[in-house]
Design a protein. Structure first.
Length: 155
């Protein structure tokens, strides 16, 4: 099915297929009254178009994942005897794609979802700053860090 002739209907179908709510899709498509979203969602032509977009996207995603796995398999096959590091890297990458590793946890909030606590050091005296640097300076410049050898604290 080609794109819908009505540009707003096509934009609405595209937004629904991307997972937007009916109200969000209405706004994206440029409709001013979101109350019509029920009527548009029930429109057979729009419903078929949404389904077609979703099927195409899923086929494309499946093919892309399969294609990447085949490429990693060929890298593994070509390097297994002579370059074991590359072969192991290909296996590791394929494992990541297949979900064999637990997802990394990144916390972007403080305790209980609140803001991350910070401390304002701008009003500290030179003596206070020197004491803090004596305490935390060795931690900031641990061996192997980028600022190794820079003991000035400005590194």
């Amino acid at each position: 099915m080609p794109a819908l002739r009505n540009a707003k209907h096509e934009a609405y179908a595209q937004a629904l297929a991307k997972g937007k709510s009916a109200t969000e899709a209405m706004e994206i498509a440029g409709y001013s009254d979101p109350r019509n979203s029920t009527r548009l969602t029930k429109n057979d032509e729009i419903a078929r178009r949404v389904e077609e977009i979703k099927v195409r996207a899923s086929h494309k995603a499946e093919w892309t994942a399969a294609d990447r796995l085949l490429a990693l398999k060929s890298i593994f096959d070509a390097s297994a005897k002579d370059d074991r590091r590359t072969a192991i890297s290909a296996i590791a990458e394929a494992n990541k794609m297949q979900g064999s590793y637990a997802p990394a946890k990144h916390q972007h909030t403080g305790a209980n979802g609140g803001p991350i606590q910070t401390v304002d050091l701008t009003n500290l005296s030179e003596d206070d700053l020197s004491r803090l640097e004596a305490i935390f300076g060795p931690l900031a410049g641990a061996a192997g860090d980028d600022d190794e050898g820079d003991t000035g604290g400005e590194g």
